[in-house]
Design a protein around this ligand. Structure first.
Ligand code: TYD
Length: 206
């Protein structure tokens, strides 16, 4: 059986990723494909439990290394329980955030060296890589305004503008370094326009 396609949506806060992920799933299913929507941190019962730990607030705080390791632990569980079985079954997986978020948030945001993240990526992913990473790019000033309208809900929503800028720049730099696997999409536009762009990009994949 042909393996499903592994499609990742990334980007900073307020770019409409989760809405676009749902729309893309609906679009693929309407076209007769089997598609599974999932997210990180989370995406399986164990990984969702780890998500509660990592996005929660703790009296002692969470240091950057603990955060990174919890996120990769959740990712290993998610790959094992959800992503690999679905791909092997020929199902397209649409994942709301994946490894690039660790480079952007824990790496550029928190200052963890990229080679440390790469070592965990190698350990947890082996040879698996997304077929395409769709980066929903948005000026953090605008993204944060959108989040404020719907009410921020986790520790990351409260990070500084400088943090958000580093996150954005990291996504753009990673996309520029591997243009065959990344597409940067202007997420400040109307949601229908963005959705049509994403559908066209995914339609052109194998
Ligand atoms: P979520 O509420 O799903 O935010 P969003 O709607 O912006 O995706 O929370 C996920 C948060 O986890 C998000 O703020 C970014 C963070 N995160 C990391 O810091 N590193 C990671 O590897 C992943 C997958 C997420």
């Amino acid at each position: 059986m042909t393996r499903g396609r592994f499609i990742v949506l990334e980007g900073g806060e307020g770019g409409g990723k989760s809405t676009q992920a749902r729309r893309l799933r609906d679009h693929l299913e309407a076209g007769g494909r089997r598609a599974r929507l999932t997210r990180e941190p989370g995406g399986s019962p164990l990984a969702e439990a780890i998500r509660e730990l990592v996005l929660g607030s703790w009296p002692e705080g969470i240091d950057a290394t603990t955060e990174l390791l919890l996120i990769f632990a959740a990712r290993a569980a998610h790959l094992h329980a959800t992503i690999r079985p679905a791909l092997a079954d020929g199902i397209d997986v649409i994942c709301d955030r994946f490894v690039d978020a660790s480079y952007a948030y824990q790496g550029a945001g928190r200052g963890i060296a990229p080679d440390r993240i790469a070592a965990l990526e190698q350990l947890v992913l082996g040879d698996l890589r997304p077929d395409v990473v769709l980066v929903l790019d948005i000026d953090p000033e605008l993204g944060v305004r959108r989040i404020a309208e719907r009410g921020g809900n986790n520790r990351f929503d409260a990070e500084s503008m400088a943090f958000m800028q580093r996150v954005r720049n990291a996504y753009r730099a990673r996309a520029a370094a591997a243009p065959e696997r990344y597409r940067v999409v202007d997420a400040s536009r109307d949601v229908d326009v963005v959705a049509a762009d994403l559908a066209a990009i995914v339609g052109a994949l194998r």
